[in-house]
Design a protein around this ligand. Sequence first.
Ligand code: ZN
Ligand code: ZN
Ligand code: FE
Length: 762
Amino acid sequence: MALAEADAVARHAIRVRGAVQGVGFRPFVYRLATTLGLVGSVRNDADGVLIEAQGDAAALERFERRLRDDAPPLARVEHVESTPQALAHDAAFAILDSRAGRVTTAIAPDTATCADCLAELFDPGDRRYRHAFVNCTNCGPRYTLTRALPYDRASTSMAAFALCPQCRREYDDPADRRFHAEPNACPRCGPTLALVDAEGQPIPGDPIAATIERLRTGAIVALKGLGGFHLACNARNASAVAALRARKQRDAKPFAVMASDLDAAQRWVRADAAAHALLRSPERPVVLLPLRADRPDALEGVAPGLHTLGVMLPCTPIQALIAHEAPDLLLVMTSANPGGEPLVVGNDEALRRLHGIADALLLHDREIVARGDDSVVRVGADGAPRFVRRARGYVPRPIRLPRAGPAVLATGAWLKNTVCLTRGDEAVLSPHIGDLGTAATCDALVESVDHLCRILDVQPQAVAHDLHPDAFATRFALAYAAARGLPAIAVQHHHAHVAAVAAEHGHRGPLLGLALDGVGLGTDGHAWGGELLRVDGAAFERLGHVAPLPLPGGDAAAREPWRVAAAVLHRLGRGGEIAARFADQRAAGAVAQMLERDVRCPLTTSLGRWFDATAALLGVCTTQSYEAEAPMRLEALAAGAACAEDGLEALVTIGADGILDPTPLLARLADERDAARGAALFHDALADGLARWVAQAAAATRLRRVALGGGCFLNALLTARLVPRLETLGLDVLEARQAPPNDGGLALGQAWVAIATLAQGD
Ligand code: ZN
Ligand code: ZN
Ligand code: FE
């Protein structure tokens, strides 16, 4: 009997890899081991977490299974490996300090307040009742308040707050939910809230109650969030929304809203089970969802001309308190970044930069170290998120590359800039930085590079950048490389788009790339943006492109779709109609002449411009007040229309030279009176042509796999029409899933091309 018991006892060394540090993993292991009657130890080290566990063999087996199945919410267990060991004499199970030496650890993303913390927040008997900074190991701020590795309180902006004895006890107790919760705080020792007016004068009363009161009466209130300030107002108050637009100088770009809970959200948008899961996920992104026709209010001015609305649920304790105490309020929640500049993060900065915009500001004294806008996703056909913007909640979660390489810094594109830093086989994308059109945004890029280097604890060994010589991101990359004697690697824009998608799918070797985009500089010095490529790591070949369109007046044509429509009319031999069709445009006559004489008409192969031309020909959008307004409105119209048309093949032709030409389609649409029908036909015929185009290239190259990249893939309808067609034709389709397909994910592709380039020299 005694012998049998002894036989059943075993000891295993268990290695756990993944995001398992700074997420409550060791206390979880401690509790699990103690529950199962195991002895041994757990510690962090350079490879993750190392466990020594000893006890009943059956209990050990359960232990190892539950390490994966029951891991804490923020942990991501990628790998568990167990090796038998000789028995030892531990009296109990212990949490050991980190093993000496460099600890390769990862900072977790910021995470929505967990259910346990919310219960405390709303419990009048709890010591954290209505404490706007409640958090625990399973939730709360991380990335946005961390200055550098190692991740402990001293390297966060919570260093300014000394733990009170009660919070200290929680922090030190392995059995407590707040064991080593670095931002741990309570009303006695934590940060405090203050509502102030536009001049910075305190507004008396309870800050949350006073904020709600102001929101109810139509005021615009700046709310300090995790990664920056939001501007909030009552979404159902059209004059408040109009005032916000006027003050923020934002004509029509859609606003996101915050609903108090899922039920409230569903009064406004249609959300299926996948959308529910995303809305309630710990990442808590803004989710783009179809507006309900039977919603209680039109929400005038919130998302003009669009069929979707960006919705989020409360993410922070401040937001949760507002939602809890004013559950009927639907709030516009927009990033406080006046004039397209970077997000406002500091209190003084907020008072200065939001002067004239916010009527009141809800401030607190916990410093935001790093910016992090809200992430924006839509729900993919498979229920998984597709990024429109990847920031708070996801950054700095690494994207696994197909192979390790030297640390590369990639500086991204001019629009929707993000930067990327690699460490081993991990690529970390910065949060959305913005369009590099202002000095402040350029400064934000530099800060972001510096912050990434510190929180990953790496120094770049090479720099990757776009081909465009004038872009700030390129000039910065070249200067950075020169100052440090590093190689600088130029990566063509659409090569990078395709490489980003290939990289996140772990693809090595050649594949086809379909880059459908706004604009990026080509290797021939022209503006590209509708490219069919053969990509093989560091190299690419241009197999074909979309028929070039002239842009009368150059850059102006990107803002004014009617100009591109005029170019199409001219191509169709109908240039005589330009002046009459676009009579409301003062430059119509001049544009007709430019096209006639072929002056100031640079060419582009951008597919985005064909969307613009179509939107303008159909009268959907002739001038844009924000980037991609025309294609977004076109998609919104098409989404509500049916299109059952034969003979699509004739509408988009493919030449022997590999040129895809939608001119016949636009010839049809130029006389279409039903804009919705025309918009639907455009999407269908285009998807049909694109699929045939890729299939031809697949046959010629004997490649079956195609990666889809570029901003046009934010168009859910085009994607939904194209992907099944490609799959029917026998292609294996890779979509952007871990990063946005647009320029927000470009730096990832640049970094991967640079690693492939450097590997050639090995
Ligand atoms: Zn929590
Ligand atoms: Zn405390
Ligand atoms: Fe692009």
